[in-house]
Design a protein. Structure first.
Length: 306
């Protein structure tokens, strides 16, 4: 970054103003990363949340006041629409020409509809779901799968620079980012469920869980999800970095997409059933790696490090 600029502003001008709606494990990490990078950040969450370097807002509208960029990191399309268009919604206060960056995992059709409405209101829109988890949100190393106009990308660049290790520009059509994220979530959910199934099978057959993890982590059967989630199982730490209920929702979104396209998704459906079983067993608020407990309860075992 040139020394004569501060996040896209000429030297001497105030920093880029970022509003953030949704300060959970992902949105909170992104807000902190942006603040550390020098953006002026104001954030809102339905649950009062205090974050270092982030000014608390009392409503979505207050978070959007004077913002150059508005980042919305919520759970689903209804929350996105409420945040933007509901009572004290952000669009009522967001300056014209500002960009809305939606990083929620939502159906493609909802991304298209919301994006059109935002643009009709005189704002820019970036359909920009992310991957990387709460840890990478906090270190500014997320992967963005984003679509939107060149103007939207340019306006959002300071936030992308602060929060992303990689930004995949997927073209101008709003909705493409959400489509790619849907495919990503199919794989992510299947990999977590498969990791749980494999580890439980190994333990049931008498293998040492930690040795099994070490072998697979250094062999062709590994995946990023295997290497990231199995340690949660081994340490019996199910603190919800990404909860079981998230994959009940996201794999449900995958299956809805397949149904609409008349496209069969038997493997995704099987993984979805495992997350549903975990939620039915009262594990919905635990980390998504807790899907292993479904297998543990059936087999009378525990996947843990020796």
């Amino acid at each position: 970054m040139p020394a004569a600029q501060v996040w896209g502003r000429p030297q001497g001008e105030p920093p880029v103003q970022l509003g953030v709606i949704g300060l959970g494990s992902m949105g909170g990490g992104m807000a902190r990363s942006a603040a550390k990078a020098g953006l002026s950040v104001r954030g809102y969450d339905v649950r009062p949340t205090a974050l270092d370097g982030v000014t608390a807002a009392g409503s979505p509208a207050e978070a959007a006041e004077a913002a150059d960029i508005l980042l919305v990191m919520v759970v689903n399309a209804k929350q996105l629409e409420d945040a933007l268009f509901g009572t004290n919604g952000a669009l009522s206060a967001l300056p014209k020409g500002a960009v809305v960056v939606s990083s929620a995992t939502i159906p493609t059709a909802d991304a298209e509809r919301v994006g059109t409405r935002v643009e009709q209101g005189g704002h820019l829109y970036l359909d920009a779901p992310v991957s990387g988890g709460s840890a990478r949100a906090g270190t500014g190393e997320l992967t963005f799968m984003a679509s939107g106009s060149d103007a939207a990308f340019a306006k959002a660049q300071p936030m992308l620079d602060a929060c992303a290790a990689k930004v995949f520009r997927l073209g101008p059509k709003i909705g493409t980012g959400s489509t790619v994220k849907t495919v990503h979530q199919l794989l992510a959910g299947v990999h977590i469920a498969a990791a749980a199934e494999a580890m439980a099978l190994g333990v049931r057959a008498g293998a040492d869980a930690r040795e099994l993890f070490e072998v697979i982590s250094n062999a062709a059967g590994r995946s990023w999800m295997f290497e990231n989630r199995v340690p949660h199982m081994l340490e019996r730490d199910f603190t919800p970095h990404s909860a079981v209920e998230i994959f009940v929702k996201d794999l449900g979104l995958v299956l809805d997409t397949g149904r609409d396209l008349r496209f069969p998704l038997p493997i995704a459906a099987s993984a979805h059933q495992q997350f549903l079983a975990a939620a039915a067993a009262g594990l919905g608020g635990e980390d998504d790696s807790a899907v292993v407990k479904v297998y543990e309860q059936l087999a009378g075992i525990e996947v843990k490090g020796s």
